[in-house]
Design a protein around this ligand. Structure first.
Ligand code: TYM
Length: 369
């Protein structure tokens, strides 16, 4: 099986902040306007898609055709996403795929499976103990529940639920040559066995429904696409349909690098769930801006929204369309200053954080009653 990409190369590109203009050569295509129009028939498009953060797909038409069918002829449809707990709390990049998944689950009426691949970072890192992982898993699960506030949600933990996936993974483990995993995930002979196993567990939920007609819709960002590219390549051989993938190619950036990806592996450049309003204020005040070096220069040349972290956060999370358009225009023309944009971003993030903490505390309380 020849695969024209490698997770290592994709990861490197993303971490170095290269903007990929097209994911076409990896098999993904831009979400087209007629597809957006078809989606809009079923309800309001989520912000992450409307603003173009989620802009890649493969087989979205297959999903659209399936939901157009009368209920009696529809195949089972379910949504799948996940998180590899690597920090106590989620950071501000994580809500994007979970919001998307939550919305897709509402759109299709199908269950939403969130896999906590909590073995993943244990195999990939020398610093995380099993004890850390258990703590991270519990807290991350609570954060995800606060975003995906639906009774269609089903969460699994690899450390507890792998037995449920074992028979699904077996045909894949037989069909996939080890060389494919080596090539795609950049593993050599010295890589721990766990790193060869982990892709199997991440792919297996794509085939978990025993009905061979079932459609799995994966919501993620493009850094996770290699797993699903392999799953698609092996689908026919395990007698299942190829997973549909809808993905964000635009990442929420690290606070110190507007072209990159916010990542828990660099905690200083993240805003975390649970950060206090003061911490958010101090972190965002220091974030990289696309404004001029002086007010005069800014007024003369205007700001660069694509190089501005606060603007990127507003693009993803400021709901009010008219306000967003006004901010972009005003910033580009140098009428709105960096400090104003940061202040607005701090307000939006803090308001969303307060809502998440509230829902999180309510669900902790409910689970204790
Ligand atoms: P993880 O924990 O690294 O990330 C969880 C999800 O968040 C996306 N993501 C981001 N999106 C936008 N901006 C960012 N800065 C940003 N950082 C991360 C990731 O693409 C991912 O969708 N191996 C996975 C866990 C996993 C999974 C899955 C993901 C298990 N099963 C099924 C998607 C689908 C991981 O470590 O994700």
């Amino acid at each position: 099986m020849k695969l024209l990409f490698s997770a290592v190369i994709i990861g490197l590109w993303i971490s170095q902040g290269h903007v990929m203009k097209s994911w076409e050569r990896f098999g993904l295509s831009l979400i087209k306007s007629d597809q957006l129009q078809r989606l809009a028939i079923y309800g309001e498009i989520p912000l992450c898609m409307k603003r173009g953060l989620v802009d890649q797909q493969i087989d979205l038409d297959v999903l659209l055709d399936a939901i157009d069918l009368p209920a009696s002829r529809r195949p089972p449809i379910y949504v799948y996403t996940g998180r590899g707990p690597s920090s106590l709390r989620l950071h501000w990049g994580h809500p994007i795929p979970f919001q998307l998944a939550n919305w897709l689950s509402g759109l299709t009426g199908g269950p939403l499976h969130v896999q906590l691949s909590n073995d993943e970072k244990f195999y990939a890192s020398d610093t995380q103990s099993l004890l850390d992982i258990e703590r991270f898993t519990v807290e991350n699960e609570r954060d995800i529940r606060a975003i995906c506030n639906t009774d269609r949600l089903f969460m699994s933990r690899n450390t507890q639920n792998i037995a449920d996936l074992y028979t699904t993974a077996m045909p894949m483990a037989k069909a996939l040559p080890i060389g494919t995993l080596r090539e795609v995930f950049g593993l050599d002979d010295s890589a721990p066995i766990g790193r060869f196993l982990q892709p199997l567990w991440q792919m297996a939920p794509c085939f978990a429904d025993p009905d061979p007609r079932a459609l799995c819709v994966v919501a993620c960002a493009v850094d996770q696409y290699p797993y699903f590219r392999v799953a698609r390549a092996v689908a026919e051989r395990v007698g299942k349909r190829k997973p549909i993938v809808i993905a964000a190619s635009q990442f929420i950036p690290a606070l110190d690098n507007p072209g990159s990806k916010m990542s828990a592996s660099s905690p200083k450049s993240c805003i975390f769930f649970g950060d206090t309003p003061e911490v958010v204020h101090s972190k965002l005040s220091r974030a990289v801006s696309g404004g001029g070096r002086t007010i005069e220069e800014h007024r003369e040349r205007g700001g660069d929204t694509s190089r501005d972290v606060a603007m990127q956060l507003l693009r993803a999370f400021l709901e009010d369309e008219a306000e967003w358009t006004g901010l972009v225009e005003g910033y580009k023309r140098g009428i709105i200053l960096t400090a104003q944009v940061k202040k607005r971003a701090i307000g939006v993030v803090n308001e969303l954080l307060a809502g998440i903490e509230k829902r999180r505390n309510e669900s902790i309380k409910a689970s204790c009653e």
